[in-house]
Design a protein around this ligand. Structure first.
Ligand code: GTP
Ligand code: SAM
Ligand code: SF4
Ligand code: SF4
Length: 338
């Protein structure tokens, strides 16, 4: 299939596809799946509503033919999707896919790191918000202690994966973990990325006051470590990188709130039930599953995807103010694929 490069209204190409393979999760992080949005019973999609692997592969191939080269598997918790390595193998063997990564809470990596590696996956981003076992147990809503995630990170590294760690920092919740986390992963030479707390659901407890900005975190780190700025390594990279001068380990900052990066946003998103979203904060998406299951051929699917991207003008993080925050999306990170 030949590649056609397309651009949106702000001249941004479509380079990345973030695929949510399930909306389910074995954690209940309040910043992501607030009770107020999900209710006590956390109703998830029935299996029949999820895209099948064949459907995901077919759509991925079409996205690749429109310029996507980078795939990220996410969720919900992607390791809960049965037989995930089968999907990984299909995508890693696909022409035009230059990079594939997976974002996970790491709980199931003990069993799954090896089959995923064998299927061709090489990069893992593991979320971990605290080293302190009690605090981590509270933050994940399930009481699971941090030790198991740390063990699984070591196991993934030993399996051969390039691993990065994601930490969402919330004032008054886990800001005391900034230095311990930095020290621990510096010694391990694993890149730790600090993520500014975002307003992603109806009520995930977000307010500007709870955001610990990159500036503040960097100042705290610089009082203990000498660091040099590396910037972004390619157009559209979400994290801004810094290096410790003494041992070459890196940290990253994902500054969606204090320094938004919409002008270089090349990310398309496919939800687990097959909706195509052009922004993490979008409130509606194109129902590709309905088109697929209605018998649409490749040409009409391509036309529909292209039309949506060419109309795209999303720049939610650039436009957000305290007042507009939380009024846009009614969906939530775990569904849309964070
Ligand atoms: N506001 C905003 N946040 C994003 C976007 N893409 C990713 N993030 C956030 O960045 C954090 C880290 O994302 P990851 O899933 O690790 O992916 P990544 O950082 O693109 O991965 P790499 O390819 O390893 O750089 C998550 O909290 C995401 O929700 C985006 O387009 N907009
Ligand atoms: C939605 S999760 C899905 C993948 C997997 N379950 C995990 O936790 O890594 C993807 C990323 O989004 C981040 N995230 C979720 N809610 C967030 C919020 N309100 N602000 C910033 N990042 C958030 C998580 O910390 C995680 O790194
Ligand atoms: S951040 Fe990841 S682990 Fe936490 S609730 Fe959301 S999907 Fe689950
Ligand atoms: S807010 Fe939307 S447009 Fe801006 S970087 Fe995030 S996903 Fe892209």
């Amino acid at each position: 299939m030949t590649t056609l490069l397309i651009q949106d209204q702000l001249h941004r190409p479509m380079r990345d596809l973030r695929i949510s393979v399930t909306d389910r999760c074995n954690f209940r992080c309040s910043y992501c799946m607030p009770k107020e949005l999900f209710g006590d019973d956390y109703a998830f999609l029935p299996g029949s509503e999820l895209l099948t692997f064949d459907e995901i592969r077919r759509l991925t191939r079409l996205f690749v033919s429109l310029g996507v080269t980078k795939i990220r598997l996410t969720g919900g918790e992607p390791l809960l999707r049965r037989e995930l390595p089968v999907l990984v193998q299909g995508i890693s063997a696909m022409g035009g896919v230059e990079d594939m990564g997976l974002t996970t809470n790491g709980v199931l990596l003990g069993q799954q790191a090896e089959p995923l590696y064998a299927a061709g996956l090489r990069r893992l981003n593991v979320s971990l918000d605290a080293l302190d076992p009690e605090l981590f147990g509270k933050m994940n809503g399930r009481g699971l202690k941090s030790g198991i995630i740390l063990q699984n990170i070591d196991h993934a590294v030993n399996t051969g994966f390039e691993v990065k760690v994601n930490m969402v920092v919330q004032r008054g919740v886990n800001e005391s973990e900034i230095e311990p986390m930095a020290r621990y992963f510096k010694e391990k030479r694993i890149t730790l990325r600090f993520i500014e707390f975002m307003d992603v659901g109806n009520d995930n407890g977000w307010s500007f006051k709870k955001v610990v900005t990159k500036k503040e975190i960097l100042e705290r780190l610089q009082s203990s470590f000498e660091m040099e700025a590396l910037g972004h390594s390619y157009f559209g990279e979400v994290a801004e990188r810094y290096r410790y001068k003494d041992n070459g380990a890196e940290v990253g900052f994902i500054t969606s709130v204090s320094e938004s990066f919409c002008s270089s946003c090349t990310r398309a998103r496919l939800s687990s039930d097959g909706k195509f979203y052009t922004c993490l904060f979008a409130s509606s998406g194109l129902d590709l599953r309905a088109l697929l299951r209605g018998g649409a051929d490749d040409a009409s699917l391509l036309k529909a995807i292209r039309a949506v991207w060419e109309q795209r003008s999303d720049r939610y993080s650039d436009e957000r103010t305290e007042q507009t925050a939380r009024s846009r999306t009614k969906i939530g990170m775990s569904y849309i694929g964070g």
